[in-house]
Design a protein around this ligand. Sequence first.
Ligand code: AMP
Ligand code: GLY
Length: 424
Amino acid sequence: MNVLLIGSGGREHAIAWKLAQSKRLSKLFIAPGNPGTAQCGQNIAIDVNNTKKLLECAQQNKVELVVVGPEDPLAGGIVDTFEAAGIKAFGPSGKAAQLEADKAFAKHLMRSSSISTAEGRSFDRFSDAKAYIASRDEPVVIKAAGLAKGKGVYVCDDPSDGILAAEKIMQDKIFGSAGDTIIVEDKLLGEEASILAFVDGRNIYLMESSQDHKPIGDGDTGPNTGGMGAYSPAPIVTDALMNQITREILVPVVDGMNRNGTPYKGVLYAGLMMTAGGPRVLEFNVRFGDPETQPILMRLKSDLLEVLLATCNGTLDEVTLNWDPRPAVCVVMASGGYPGDYEKGKIITGLDDVRELEDVVVFHAGTKEQNGDIVTSGGRVLGVTALGKTIADAKAAAYEGVDRITFDGVYYRRDIADKAIHVA
Ligand code: AMP
Ligand code: GLY
């Protein structure tokens, strides 16, 4: 079967790497892909939001399954377009993708489905938001309601910083129209975890747990990023908690989406805070997480293509996912300056040296080929991902890979997975 994968991040390299291992795969196309995905299939230079060209490409290449990585094209309804043309597409419809693309929609759904989340209010006028935030004396979390590449959330211990954040989002429009509406939320305390599940409209099949590291700095300091590293499993999420999360969060969301007339299909990603009062939802994403997908898929033993097809066909109850019991850790190597401004075009060296390491894979994200070199071309550049007997071993192996790679201005966190090592 020919497959078209849409996207160009570390997540898509991990998906391409796993799909390339499938017995059912004939040819894999990746649009636009990166130098990493080029080792797993054929890159095609079409932008992720150019639905017309992507559809033409799928038709010309007899593609039978389209896999959509990022949220933007999902929110734009790309799955609806492919399905209308008779091509299977993995991911939710444009309407169902509002669960991620519109945080006000997500809050509403959670409230009407009695799903535990932070108390929050939405505002579409800055003056109202400002008056509300000023009236509070506890920490606040300010969120752009629309899509902001994981950077639209400000956790403010001092409400006056909350007003500044609201101003940047609503008045200065730093995220464009994604900041027309904001959510002002209570700050939740606890440890975070990401729970990803395949959902076929009816059946829910959980993947292994994972944990991201959103802030740029060691010890979770500084501004939020798309994610600086991840590990799987997250020891904080016990089997009992997984059952509770399924019962109290995932099942009610899938039911709520059905009741809403926006049935859900694809990966449902619940970003959770494990509070003293139990798991609470921070956000939903409608796709694989990045970088969580890198360690998760390194641990998946089953054929990913079979699972994606079963999700599209509504037959998830017929598949079994097998996992490598060994933990995996992914360390993101970023361009200096990210999540703010950064330079591009820095030559990356050492990639070949990492190939000698067993159970270490370097997933490409913001890279490109230039005159025979691999150079940086984005904020998050590489995700060095390793399996290990214990989480500490996996961490050591990932950092051994990181140590062999360098580029001008490289930045990475040095404490990825420490939280898990302390729990385990
Ligand atoms: P989100 O994109 O909504 O997951 O938010 C990004 C990050 O901001 C999360 O991974 C948390 O680290 C943090 N965050 C979001 N909402 C809250 C909240 N209500 N309380 C504390 N931290 C939060
Ligand atoms: N790692 C967070 C995300 O994928 O949104």
